[in-house]
Design a binder for this molecule. Structure first.
Ligand SMILES: O=C(O)CCC(=O)C(=O)O
Ligand SMILES: [Fe+2]
Length: 309
């Protein structure tokens, strides 16, 4: 069922070579590699604008999650393919997306990763404390599965073009690698150093980029300052499942209204942290607006906006 007027993806592939001039990388030094060392992760984020956290979940857990996701996508696809394709920034119909609203409803592991210590720690560090210590929110959430033949996504920032770069990072971004990310199957392409650009991005150049290759169970970390995009899947038979999460300050409008999209049953017994991240609170400053017309099951989930984490 279509909701609202979200812009649909249009197939942009023309079958012709991209005529735009290439903007070469202007990045010196080694590219970020998978690491478990938090100091290295911080240094890579600062220097390159992205980092690769290794072994955040086990390869076995990643496989369990990707198999579950594949089965859910197959189930949705059988009902209506439009549910899981035509994300508005994708370049063709081949890869598959699943909205974070669905992920939250469908399995505990897609709720648990939202409150994993790694993204929470990085978000605290990169976005800084908020007024009255109000909690951050999940800004955006979804799975992206590249399939053989799917084209590269246009290089972009996860940020509205009208938000000046001088405002700094407004979102921390995390891609949970559920498969091995390799160049061949569409590992996310990054433009290292672009988090320091002072000019808005241009659509008339092709940015030279590098693949963020990472074993299943890793997490790619960046912010909405970094130019990046899904890689082309040129493999013969490898899918590449990634789950993408963005965190934003409480004054930024999240893309998903979780209290309206989540089955209250799945949040029974959930932590205050998760509920805060999903927006089950009023605000720390201003009127404490009562949720007068919310169903009782939703009211029962409400928590304080003051960050527990
Ligand atoms: O899945 C990926 O590799 C990146 C996707 C992405 O950047 C996006 O959809 O904004
Ligand atoms: Fe993106």
């Amino acid at each position: 069922m279509a909701v609202g007027n979200a812009i649909k993806q249009q197939v942009r592939q023309t079958g012709m070579a991209d005529p735009r001039p290439v903007k070469p990388l202007e990045f010196d030094g080694p590219l970020p590699q998978p690491t478990k060392d938090m100091q290295q992760i911080r240094a890579d984020l600062d220097r390159a604008g992205y980092a690769i956290a290794a072994e955040v979940i086990t390869a076995a857990k990643a496989r369990e999650m990707r198999d579950f996701l594949a089965a859910e996508i197959a189930r949705d696809e059988a009902i209506d393919e439009e549910r899981v394709r035509r994300f508005y920034t994708d370049s063709d119909d081949l890869n598959r997306r699943m909205s974070g609203a669905e992920l939250v409803n469908r399995h505990a592991f897609f709720r648990d990763i939202l409150e994993h210590e790694l993204p929470l720690q990085i978000t605290r560090e990169l976005l800084g404390p908020q007024t009255h210590n109000e909690s951050y929110l999940i800004h955006s959430y979804g799975a992206n599965v590249t399939r053989p033949g799917s084209a590269q996504q246009a290089i972009h920032r996860d940020r509205g073009g009208n938000v000046p770069l001088s405002a700094g990072a407004a979102q921390t971004r995390f891609i949970w690698c559920l498969d091995d990310f390799v160049e061949e199957n569409g590992a996310t392409r990054m433009v290292p150093g672009s988090h320091r650009d002072t000019e808005p991005q241009s659509w008339t150049v092709q940015y030279e980029s590098v693949p963020a290759e990472a074993p299943a169970g890793s997490v790619l970390i960046y912010t909405d300052m970094l130019l990046h995009g899904t890689g082309a899947n040129v493999s013969a038979g490898l899918e590449r499942a990634g789950v993408i999460v963005g965190y934003c300050p409480p004054w930024w409008k999240p893309m998903i209204n979780f209290p309206m999209t989540t089955d209250p049953q799945v949040l029974k017994g959930s932590s205050t942290t998760l509920r805060q991240l999903l927006g089950y609170s009023s605000v720390a400053i201003g009127f404490d607006e009562p949720w007068t017309h919310a169903p009782q099951a939703v009211k029962d989930l409400l928590v304080t906006p003051t960050m527990e984490w």
